[in-house]
Design a protein around this ligand. Structure first.
Ligand code: ATM
Length: 258
């Protein structure tokens, strides 16, 4: 993502820093489950293989929901917190031999960044009634490190449970696209370590996303991302409108299984 686009994804809920002096090592303040507020937000994730247009579509969806009067926080994985953005640089840096390439190490790092996002940004926003649109979330680890790189899915689900404590999206929009079309859309400046993997890896990732969608048809909506961006956006908006029109979101406290 170009630097100019980062601002849109950088929105974070401020953590309570009051009990930490400037000279001390900072740990995440203790997590206190908030009282269940009157309003709760929807949690929507946008997933898909490389080049499917997640960034564009997540931004367009956030705009659409804001036009409906909904308070939206737009964020992304890996990223969305200071730690997450640093993990992003570390993990995506193409061609850097110092970066780990063991897929389970990758999974641990993605989940470390995820946990920080859940604690610092997602839960506070949702419990204040904000709707969150997040480009990538836990399904990406299952697709890339699981289906793509062969880490057993049950191991990844255990890491996910630890990172998210059961915070699951209300809606996951899967932008589906052939591997050839997706990789063909990427500019040279967008090439990360993951695009350097072979085509069969990316095919397993795509098929992994489709398998995840087939296993959770209530949560997923699969959209053909080969169509023009405005048609894709209309389909994404329609899926979000169905969700938002379907009733009240669950209380955030009820989304904790850990
Ligand atoms: P984009 O957000 O620009 O799609 O890049 C994130 C990359 O990180 C993406 N691959 N590429 N290019 C997928 C990869 N990724 C994982 O492998 N596992 C994860 O859990 C997440 C969140 C991302």
């Amino acid at each position: 993502m170009p630097d100019a686009d980062r601002g849109a994804f950088a929105g974070r809920e401020p953590a309570d820093q009051s009990s930490f002096g400037a000279t001390r090592v900072r740990y995440t303040p203790g997590v206190e489950e908030p009282e269940v507020p009157a309003r709760r937000g929807w949690f929507i994730t946008v997933e898909g293989p490389d080049g499917a247009g997640k960034t564009t579509q997540a931004e367009a969806l956030a705009d659409h929901l804001r036009q409906r009067g909904i308070d939206v926080l737009l964020t992304r994985e890996p990223g969305g917190t200071a730690l997450g953005e640093r993990v992003r640089e570390l993990l995506l840096n193409g061609g850097d031999a110092a970066v780990a390439t063991d897929p389970q190490t990758d999974a641990l790092l993605f989940n470390a960044a995820r946990r920080q996002l859940v604690v610092d940004v997602l839960r506070p926003a949702l419990s204040r009634g904000r709707t969150v649109v997040c480009a990538r979330y836990a399904d990406s680890t299952l697709a890339y490190q699981g289906y793509g790189a062969g880490v057993p899915l049950d191991r990844l689900r255990a890491l996910e449970a630890s990172a998210t404590e059961g915070l699951t999206p209300d809606l996951t929009v899967l932008l589906d696209l052939s591997v050839e079309a997706g990789l063909g859309r990427k500019g040279a400046e967008e090439i990360t370590r993951f695009e350097e993997f072979d085509l069969s890896f990316h095919r397993r990732v795509r098929n992994g996303f489709l398998a995840l969608a087939a296993a959770s048809p209530k949560r997923f909506v699969v959209i053909d991302a080969a169509r023009p961006p405005d048609e894709v956006a209309a389909a994404v908006n329609a899926a979000a409108d169905r969700l938002v029109g379907s009733g009240e979101p669950k209380p955030v406290a009820a989304r904790t299984t850990g």
